[in-house]
Design a protein. Structure first.
Length: 332
């Protein structure tokens, strides 16, 4: 009864964890009764085609799961890994660095009240992050909702359902799309880093100079950006090697954390020169700009630690998935 197991697992993936076991037990019992009645009517065990007919009459797994919920998932399990990756790339690796290294320094350096401008920049960063996450979420929610109303659901085939995985969700093979996205993102951001990296910025008479520590850490930073290449490659070639993928990510997080700590110890990250402004205002601009960068680095350290802890949990949490409650059916 592998086909029935696959159907039940597909329904289970669309249910909240707290209710999965109870609902699947109820659904399995209902299907068991239906199969037994059909077998009694025919006087023999059902073949695959007859079981397919029963499952198709029950409905698409996602549609069945939605009947047990007050509302559907905003973003379902199939899309969530890709959504999480895109959200991380956009916010952590694009939005925060752009604000910390470009937007905030320029705003503070050219403002008459640097402290107020720094607070405004941090608020703008927070609002931009909320808006960006909202847009990404809306896009993925639309992608998630589209198949519900798609006519191809009427032609779905239970025989094409994925097999029941032997591991927990956190240790399942990486989807091919996620692996390709990791490879592409790593190569693109590495190329942008190499192309755009410089230590001085001239902005209308205001020169912002990065501290020497940034130049010293150029190659380690490039190494971290390129770290997504082996992660994506392993995910693409050996998608089932979850511990290896998590180990590489853990190493990348470790290097990232070391670099962030080194930067935090430097305490001074940029210098600002603007002969047309009073020295006191320039000193205030330097002070508040460096404070903003320091806060950003501290937040990055916390995020990196959280990601590292998550990877450690994935490495040590390789448990077999509890089998579906269809064993008694198989004996019929």
């Amino acid at each position: 009864m592998e086909l029935l197991d696959r159907y039940l697992h597909a329904v289970k993936s669309g249910l909240p964890k707290a209710q999965q076991d109870d609902i699947i037990a109820e659904l399995a019992e209902d299907l068991r009764s239906q199969i037994e009645d059909k077998e009694a009517e025919l006087g023999c065990s059902l073949d695959e085609a007859e079981l397919v007919t029963i499952l198709k009459q029950r409905g698409h797994p996602a549609a069945v799961a939605s009947r047990y919920l007050p509302q559907q998932y905003l973003i379902g399990p199939a899309l969530y890994p890709i959504y999480r990756l895109v959200r991380k790339i956009v916010v952590v690796w694009v939005l925060v660095p752009v604000f910390a290294l470009v937007v905030a320094p320029i705003a503070v350096a050219t403002a008459s009240h640097p402290s107020a401008e720094l607070v405004k920049s941090l608020w703008d960063l927070a609002m931009s992050a909320v808006f960006t996450v909202g847009v990404v979420t809306a896009v993925f929610a639309a992608i998630e909702r589209y198949p519900v109303e798609h006519k191809t659901w009427e032609k779905w085939d239970p025989r094409r359902l994925p097999r029941v995985p032997k591991t927990e969700p956190d240790t399942r093979p990486t989807p091919r799309a996620t692996a390709i996205a990791e490879l592409a993102a790593s190569l693109i951001f590495s190329w942008l880093f190499v192309t755009w990296f410089r230590t001085t910025f001239d902005l209308g008479g205001v020169r912002i100079t990065l501290a020497p520590i940034w130049r010293s850490l150029y190659w380690p930073f490039l190494l971290v950006l390129l770290g997504g290449v082996p992660v994506g490659w392993v995910s693409l070639i050996w998608p089932e090697r979850t511990p290896l993928r998590s180990s590489i990510r853990l190493a990348i997080h470790g290097v990232t954390l070391v670099l962030v700590v080194i930067l935090l110890r430097a305490r001074m990250w940029v210098e600002i020169a603007a002969p047309q402004f009073p020295a006191a205002e320039i000193a205030q601009a330097v002070k508040w700009t460096n404070l903003g960068i320091g806060i950003t680095l501290f937040i990055m350290a916390i995020i990196t630690i959280g990601e590292a802890v998550h990877e450690v949990r994935r490495i040590f949490r390789r448990k077999p998935v509890r089998p579906m409650v269809t064993s008694s059916i198989a004996g019929n």
